[in-house]
Each structure stands twice: as structure tokens, then as C-alpha cells.
Design a protein around this ligand. Structure first.
Ligand code: SAM
Length: 326
């Protein structure tokens, strides 16, 4: 996509459509239309909204081909039914309902690169946001569980860095009592994850910043999914070096990471990179495949395997497994 295929004005106004869509999901307008064709008065009463405003919102959903109006009732189109049956769309609608707030801060964040409290860290104490954020991560990660299970064999003592809902490692610990998982994330994320999901007894949480984490013993494996993108470019060497320090000789690290690919369009990944800055405390960086390999080689990695994950709801995602000699 570039500006020759989409008018500039469309891009400038895109936030309105995005917000209307997220609000329609949040207020249950789409879900009600999914259950049965409904008149505007019924939609207004059951969703507890004003009928005139609901009419306006439904017109936008009509423009997006999600609902149709037969002159009397609203019902979902096939595209609307697909959207309402898709757990990724539902989870992301719920998460993005909150995210626009973070982007309002973009001018200040762009002007000043100084560390600030990130939007996620501030907002995560709101249980509705915490649930939406962790659910969105979980829904995406669940889709990768079978692939990761086949491709990376993580054994014994595993550290899950920036675990979030810890979907894959929770799955490993639940299915193999011989594994112990230590899941590390920032304190508010840990509290929210503990409230929302059940973790088995061979699983412990550590509420800490990754860079200041100093465990008593090293790990046999590290799993680190979509965390390195939050690391500023100039600190990536330190973050990777810390992984190496935390591993036993012969241990392996498995990174799930968005990487830019040669010759491909990076619009979405560029937006994702900016979102690391508005959501977190500092601007992260999305590497190219070559750049990531180079940083790993320079860290002394003796084995680097880089495979794309099956195309999913997310952007170009890779599993990178790494071993160091010591
Ligand atoms: C995009 S989420 C990924 C969560 C999970 N690994 C997944 O793939 O579903 C990034 C996570 O990294 C955590 N994180 C970022 N910087 C961190 C740091 N310095 N120390 C610990 N956790 C961090 C965030 O709090 C967040 O939960």
C-alpha cells in the first residue's frame, strides 16, 4: 500500500473508521446483529445506546460491508459473520478500543526520547484493559503453539522472558511435569496474568525488569516472544548478551520476533515499531532478518536457525533458535 493506491485524505481520516469499529464491537452492536436481525429500537435498548447514534454507527458498519439494512432490520453480512466468529478480531477489537489513547501521546513521545511511564504500565491496573491486552496476546500466541512445539524443543529449566500471558510456556509446563518454567515480566503484567490464567505447580512468576534480573542459577532454555522489538536498537546487543549470560553452557534460546524482509513492504511493521514507543517506555526497533542474524553472530552465537512462522493474523513473524558455545 502506498499513497498512489490510497488517497492521502483517507489515511488522515482512517482513525475515525477504526474508532467507530472498535466502539461497535465494545457496545455489542455487532454481536446483537449476529444473534438475530434487529430493528434500530431493539438494538438501542439492548445495547443501551441512543437510537440516532446507533443508526449513524450502523451506517459505517454498512459502508464496511459488515451489516446490511433491509429498510426495517439490521443483520450481519457474511463478512460481518466472519468477523464476529473470529476470536482474533474480537480480541483485537477489545484491545484497540483502548489503544487510541496511547497514540494521542505521540507528539510528546516523538519530541522527547526521555524515558516516561509507558501507556501499558499506566493502564494495566484497569482490569478491563489488562484483560483485553493479555487476551489479545494469548489469542495470537495460541495459534503458534503447535508450530513452536514441533520446531523448538525447550527442556528442563526454562525462562520465559517478557512472558505476558506466557501461552507457549504455560502449555509446555502443563503438558510436561519434567519442565519448570520461570516466567518474567513487569509487575503489573504479572499480577494481571496471574488473575486471568491458571498456571501449573511447575511454573513460577518473577515480577522484574529483564535487565536487572539476577537469578541464583542459570537456565537450560530461554523463550522470548515479541519482546526484543521493544528494545532500542542501540541496546539490542546488551539484551542478547543478557540472554547468553542467563543460559547454561549448551543451552538454547528461542526468539519469536517480527523481522523485516528484503524487498517487502514494511508499512505495518513500521507502525508496530512506533507503537512500541507509545506503549512502552522507549522506542523499540524491528530488525531486518540480516540485521538480527548479524547481532546474534556478533554475540558469539555458534548456531542460528531462522524460520518464518506460518502466516497468521500478525506481521512477518520468525522463530529464531540460537545456541552459544558457553
Ligand atoms: C508484546 S508482549 C509479548 C508477550 C508474550 N511474550 C507473547 O508473545 O504473547 C511484550 C512483553 O514484554 C514485556 N517486557 C517488555 N520490556 C520488558 C522488560 N524490560 N522486562 C520484563 N518484561 C518486559 C512486556 O511487559 C510485555 O508483557
Amino acid at each position: 500500500m502506498n499513497l498512489s493506491s490510497r488517497p492521502l485524505l483517507d489515511e488522515l481520516r482512517a482513525y475515525k473508521r477504526s474508532r467507530a469499529l472498535a466502539v461497535a464491537f465494545k457496545l455489542g452492536v455487532l454481536e446483537l446483529a449476529r444473534q438475530r436481525p434487529a430493528r434500530i429500537e431493539e438494538l438501542a435498548i439492548e445495547c443501551n445506546v441512543d437510537a440516532e447514534w446507533a443508526c449513524s454507527l450502523l451506517a459505517i458498519l454498512g459502508d464496511l460491508d459488515l451489516v446490511r439494512y433491509d429498510g426495517e432490520q439490521y443483520e450481519l453480512t457474511p463478512a460481518g459473520l466472519l468477523a464476529c466468529d473470529d476470536e482474533v478480531s474480537i480480541a483485537f477489537a477489545a484491545y484497540h478500543f483502548y489503544c487510541y489513547e496511547a497514540w494521542v501521546e505521540l507528539p510528546e513521545r516523538v519530541r522527547s526520547s526521555g524515558a516516561a511511564t509507558g501507556f501499558h504500565e499506566r493502564k494495566i491496573i484497569d482490569p478491563a484493559f489488562a484483560e483485553a491486552y493479555l487476551r489479545a496476546m494469548d489469542v495470537i500466541a495460541k495459534r503458534n503453539t503447535a508450530f513452536l512445539g514441533d520446531r523448538c524443543s525447550l527442556r528442563r529449566r526454562i525462562l520465559d522472558v517478557g512472558a505476558g500471558p506466557s501461552t507457549f510456556c504455560r502449555h509446555l509446563a502443563t503438558n510436561d511435569a519434567g519442565i519448570t518454567v520461570t516466567a518474567l515480566d513487569l509487575p503489573p503484567i504479572v499480577s494481571a496474568a496471574q488473575r486471568m490464567f491458571a498456571y501449573p505447580s511447575n511454573y513460577i512468576w518473577v515480577a522484574s525488569d529483564y535487565l536487572s534480573y539476577c537469578p541464583d542459577a542459570r537456565f537450560d532454555a530461554i523463550f522470548c516472544s515479541h519482546v526484543l522489538e521493544y528494545c532500542p536498537q542501540k541496546l539490542l546487543v546488551n539484551w542478547i548478551g543478557k540472554c547468553r549470560q542467563l543460559l547454561q553452557p549448551g543451552g538454547v534460546a528461542a526468539f519469536v520476533v517480527f523481522l523485516k524482509e528484503e524487498g517487502k513492504n514494511h508499512n505495518e511493521l513500521n507502525l508496530f515499531e512506533l507503537s512500541t514507543g507509545v506503549n512502552g517506555t522507549q522506542l523499540g526497533h524491528v530488525c531486518t532478518v540480516e540485521e538480527f542474524r548479524l547481532v546474534l553472530s556478533e554475540s558469539g552465537a555458534t548456531r542460528i536457525e531462522c524460520v518464518p512462522l506460518p502466516a497468521g493474523a500478525s506481521y512477518s513473524e520468525y522463530l529464531v533458535t540460537v545456541a552459544w558455545a558457553s
